[in-house]
Design a protein around this ligand. Structure first.
Ligand SMILES: *Cc1c(COP(=O)(O)O)cnc(C)c1O
Length: 368
């Protein structure tokens, strides 16, 4: 074997949900990657139509200033508190590289966004996966360092990553839960991945404002789900300026011009349309609740998902069989092979019509 082959980096990559070529056309109902079934706000289309292609001649702004300005306005926080990346995957990857270069293990749940483990492997971050309890809840006590007498700490960690709502369960933990973990871990950066936070019905769900109180908290959000802009790749982190500066130092050591100009302008346009944003989210939440009730009528049990997907299992049917039968009907949902969730399906909330067809198909499959 030629020597160069030994020098190839060995990684176990993340496996994204299928993006079939015929998506968006014809019969196919795509409920596998938690995209929003509604288009982005008309302001985005308007902005695209008016775009001055002459401006593409120049390199884009390095810090996505148009988006940062709008984010700062929307959340009423200083611009220095925001870091924008090419999707929140890009932001999270940068955060793993920036904050987790210690020797103690970084902690995250055994059942969560499977990309965390992939980044830990890629960046050689030591990590430990802590099991969710029997109800798929995060056990807060597992993330709190135990103090021995005389103030000596044991079981320290090198950082914590939590998705809230968690994926693929959709289960949301209240702000008090997040605050407890952040306040009890002053020596660790705690990353809270809020990809689905806008679909939570509880008020004041986001930990964004806690960043002003805790210097070790980084909150990550995305335009991919609630803003219907997965294809544009826009995500951001919120934290105190020291954390944001550290992220920027790593980013500028890698690629200073990560986000292209159109994405910067279209992202800013989306943030200017608060009404449309709220309406779209309300529609998705209403459909989620209706669909959950319909699936429960068919005998499914569903977690209390606060996200734009449902996580469901049926006592009399194998998830993998349902997945295959739905695929024959041109309905794509997501299945994960991990131990405790092997008999579950994760179903993105589509339009009412799409969910009607899903429920009808499942009813048909279960009868046969
Ligand atoms: C979808 C998702 C992301 C990534 O979103 P992008 O912004 O599209 O990169 C990150 N975390 C979780 C938990 C997600 O479900």
């Amino acid at each position: 074997m030629a020597g160069w082959r030994e020098n190839i980096r060995k990684v176990t990559p993340y496996v994204p949900g299928e993006q079939p070529k015929q998506a968006g056309q014809g019969r196919l109902i795509k409920l596998n990657t938690n995209e929003n079934p509604y288009p982005p706000t008309p302001e985005v289309a308007e902005c695209l139509k008016k775009m001055d292609t002459e401006a593409f001649r120049l390199y884009p702004n390095t810090d996505a200033a148009p988006i940062v300005e709008e984010l700062a306005k929307r959340f009423g926080l200083p611009q220095e508190c925001f870091f924008v990346g090419v999707g929140s995957d890009d932001v999270l990857a940068a955060a793993f590289q920036t904050f987790f270069s210690g020797t103690k293990p970084v902690l995250f749940p055994d059942i969560t966004y499977s990309f965390y483990e992939v980044w830990a492997g890629l960046y050689r971050v030591p990590y430990r996966k802590l099991p969710l309890d029997g109800q798929f809840r995060i056990r807060a006590e597992d993330y709190i360092p135990v103090k021995r007498e005389k103030g000596l700490k044991k079981d320290g960690n090198g950082g914590i990553v939590l998705a809230n709502p968690n994926a693929p369960t959709g289960i949301f933990e209240p702000l008090s839960f997040v605050e407890q973990i952040v306040s009890q871990n002053p020596d660790s950066v705690v990353i809270v991945d809020e990809a689905y936070i806008d679909f939570v019905t509880m008020p004041k769900a986001s930990a964004i404002f806690l960043t002003q109180k805790y210097e070790n908290l980084l909150v990550v959000q995305t335009f991919s789900k609630s803003r219907s802009m997965a294809g544009m790749r826009i995500g951001y982190a919120v934290g105190q300026p020291e954390l944001i500066a550290a992220l920027n130092a790593v980013k500028f050591s890698w690629n200073s011009y990560t986000m292209n100009l159109p994405a910067q302008l279209l992202g800013a346009a989306s943030l200017r349309a608060e009404e449309y944003f709220k309406e779209t989210i309300a529609k998705v939440i209403a459909t989620r609740e209706r669909s959950r009730a319909r699936l429960e009528e068919l005998g499914f049990s569903c977690t209390d998902s606060q996200a734009n997907f449902l996580f469901v299992t049926h006592p009399a049917a194998k998830a993998e069989d349902l997945l295959a039968e739905l695929r024959k009907e041109d309905i794509i949902v997501r299945h994960f092979g991990a131990d405790r969730i092997r008999n579950y399906l994760r179903i993105t909330v589509g339009t009412d019509e799409e969910m009607e067809r899903l429920v009808a198909c499942l009813g048909e499959i279960l009868r046969n």
